[in-house]
Design a protein around this ligand. Structure first.
Ligand SMILES: Cc1cc2nc3c(=O)[nH]c(=O)nc-3n(C[C@H](O)[C@H](O)[C@H](O)COP(=O)(O)OP(=O)(O)OC[C@H]3O[C@@H](n4cnc5c(N)ncnc54)[C@H](O)[C@@H]3O)c2cc1C
Length: 544
């Protein structure tokens, strides 16, 4: 071995860093323009350049140094604080200062949801954990509308672009973050089983007592909490610090030791007569919090889209720069097939997530109602297998932490669990179909836009109609129905908006039965090279 070969590893790709994470995501750029946020392109490009630099390393650091709970100070006083690595603060600051928690409320204009969605997909590639408080703060604002007084008081804090960590009375803070505490030990999906009790102390205030089994981002300034009031389950806004500066009776018992999402603190808490203000009518807690849940579901779809994109970016980049058996992996037909197959799902997720975001911009409740649950279910479900296969594209390096793929892999099941796990989401789709038939009509109209564009899609839509008309065993068939809806929606978007190579391969394999059960099974004739080249991120502004 020569000394230079000893110093420099041969046949290893250059690190995928120092590039524009937004502009190199071509389906995302196109979707931003198409779905009504072309005005935000310059901002997204600047953000993409920023995130493709130091934040990639910050993401690693924030996960290597997970948060720690400090229950007491050195004198024995109860403080219930979380200590984070500076990398976490830097990333959360980046998100807040760029409005990822608030853009549509801070700058209400058509396309603001789409612009935020594109930036969310960009930041979550560097680090997914900060997405949790960003998303909950974003989603709390529509729920707050149930109470104009609370809205007037808290909205300016939740939509401020100032990041001000630390427990202090919200009234003196330049900006505030919001979490949610619904899940209890005996039930998460079934929140009506909540046992935490609310004892009203005035018309608008109550003292809350009980536990919450999952409460993420407990360093937030306020939480939307469900508790049983005399007239039933009710939503409350609970501040961490009382207006007089005393800490509220919100005790953090311990932090969860999680599979992934390790940069983010998820806690178990006890409320010991914690002071809270009622949000919405007493007994109407679920109806009040649902607006928050819906918006966080949108973000689950965006977050998983980001994980897919990062995984596809890493895999296509690696294959372009790594050779085996005498030529680059990217020139080996079987690897081309695997990579192209991965790209199809990443692109389908991207076009779907941004189309969905447009429905929020347009206040298109009918489309949003069904499409949110359908897209959340399917995009989140499709992510873990995609990340696992992308990891394998890097060979042994992909199994090693430094490649970032293990972190993506551990993160990948999460979005499917929270905000309505797979089954619960599927049952929600049935509920929407039954109670809000206009939501089915809205989705149908979207599918018809692509009628005649691809024969597999036309057949799949006809089959879907038969599936929807069959009212027997609906609950048992819920996942089948949702998957069918999701694939038709994705295909209809790709047929209209993606290059033919992408749309044809997607429809043939995801709808036409021409694919296999593992990635890398696209049929002969699929233009794998074109698909992969479209998705491969370039370093140096497109040179390598
Ligand atoms: C990392 C992390 C962070 C979290 N952060 C928060 C937070 O900040 N705030 C918060 O409130 N919660 C939080 N959660 C909790 C999360 O929302 C719940 O775990 C989730 O809602 C599921 O509830 P559960 O765990 O009680 O499972 P269960 O409700 O017991 O469900 C178990 C399984 O049964 C399925 N199921 C449920 N009902 C049905 C049915 N009728 N038919 C068929 N299948 C069904 C579900 O889909 C699921 O697969 C967090 C969870 C995780 C993992």
């Amino acid at each position: 071995m020569t000394s230079s070969a000893y110093l420099r590893a041969a046949n290893q790709p250059p690190p995928l860093e120092g590039y524009d994470l937004f502009s190199e995501n071509r389906p995302l750029v196109e979707a931003l323009r198409r779905e009504g946020a072309a005005w935000a392109e310059e901002r997204c490009v600047a953000f993409g350049r920023l995130v493709g630099g130091e934040p990639l390393e910050l993401g690693r650091l924030a996960n290597e140094h997970p948060p720690a709970l400090r229950t007491h100070d050195r004198f024995g006083n109860r403080i219930d604080e979380i200590e984070f690595h500076p990398a976490w603060h830097a990333l959360l600051r980046l998100g807040v200062e760029n409005g990822l928690h608030a853009l549509p409320w801070h700058e209400p204009q058509l396309g603001a949801h789409v612009a935020r969605a594109a930036m969310f997909v960009t930041l979550a590639q560097a680090e997914a954990g900060v997405g949790c408080p960003l998303s909950m703060t974003f989603a709390a604002v529509p729920a707050l509308r149930a109470d104009p007084e609370l809205m007037a008081e808290w909205e300016p804090r939740f939509t401020s672009l100032a990041y001000e960590p630390g427990l202090r009375p919200a009234v003196g803070k330049a900006g505030a973050l919001c979490g949610m505490a619904l899940t209890e030990k005996q039930g998460g999906s079934d929140v009506r089983a909540n046992e935490a009790r609310a004892v009203p102390v005035s018309d608008t205030e109550a003292l809350l007592t009980g536990h919450k089994w999952f409460c993420s981002a407990p360093m937030c300034d306020a939480f939307l909490v469900l508790a049983q009031a005399p007239s039933g389950l009710t939503c409350y806004l609970l501040p961490r610090v009382l207006p007089d500066g005393e800490r509220n009776a919100f005790r953090i018992q311990r932090l969860k030791d999680k599979l992934g999402n390790r940069s983010n603190a998820s806690s178990e808490i006890e409320l010991e007569g914690a002071w809270a203000r009622r949000l919405g009518e007493e007994g109407r807690g679920v109806a009040t919090i649902i607006e928050m849940v819906v918006h966080t579901r949108l973000d689950c779809a965006l977050g998983s889209t980001a994980l897919m994109r990062r995984a596809v970016g890493e895999a296509t980049h690696h294959a372009a720069h790594r050779a085996a058996f005498g030529k680059p992996l990217a020139e080996q037909p079987l690897m081309q097939n695997v990579l192209a197959d991965l790209c199809l799902d990443a692109e389908a997720a991207t076009v779907t997530a941004l189309r969905l975001a447009r429905a929020y911009d347009e206040g298109d409740h009918a489309f949003r109602r069904l499409a949110t649950s359908v897209s959340k279910y399917w995009i989140c479900k499709a992510t873990p297998p995609l990340v696992a296969e992308a990891l394998e594209c890097l060979g042994g390096n992909g199994y090693v932490e430094e490649s970032a793929l293990p972190r993506l892999f551990r993160e990948s099941p999460l979005n499917s669990i929270w905000e309505g796990s797979g089954n619960v989401n599927s049952l929600d789709v049935l509920r929407a179909m039954e109670r809000e038939p206009e939501s089915v009509e809205a989705l149908r109209a979207e599918l018809l836009e692509a009628a005649g564009g691809n024969r597999h899609l036309d057949v799949a839509v006809a089959d879907l109609e038969a599936e929807l008309a069959d009212m027997i065993d609906l609950e048992l068939r819920a996942r089948r129905i949702v998957e069918h809806l999701a694939l038709c929606l994705q295909a209809s978007l790709l047929v209209r908006h993606a290059p033919t190579a992408v749309a044809d391969a997607f429809c043939a394999t995801r709808l036409g039965g021409e694919g296999g059960r593992a990635f890398g099974t696209l049929p002969r004739g699929a233009d794998c090279v074109a698909i992969v080249e479209r998705h491969r991120p370039r370093l140096d502004g497109g040179q390598t």
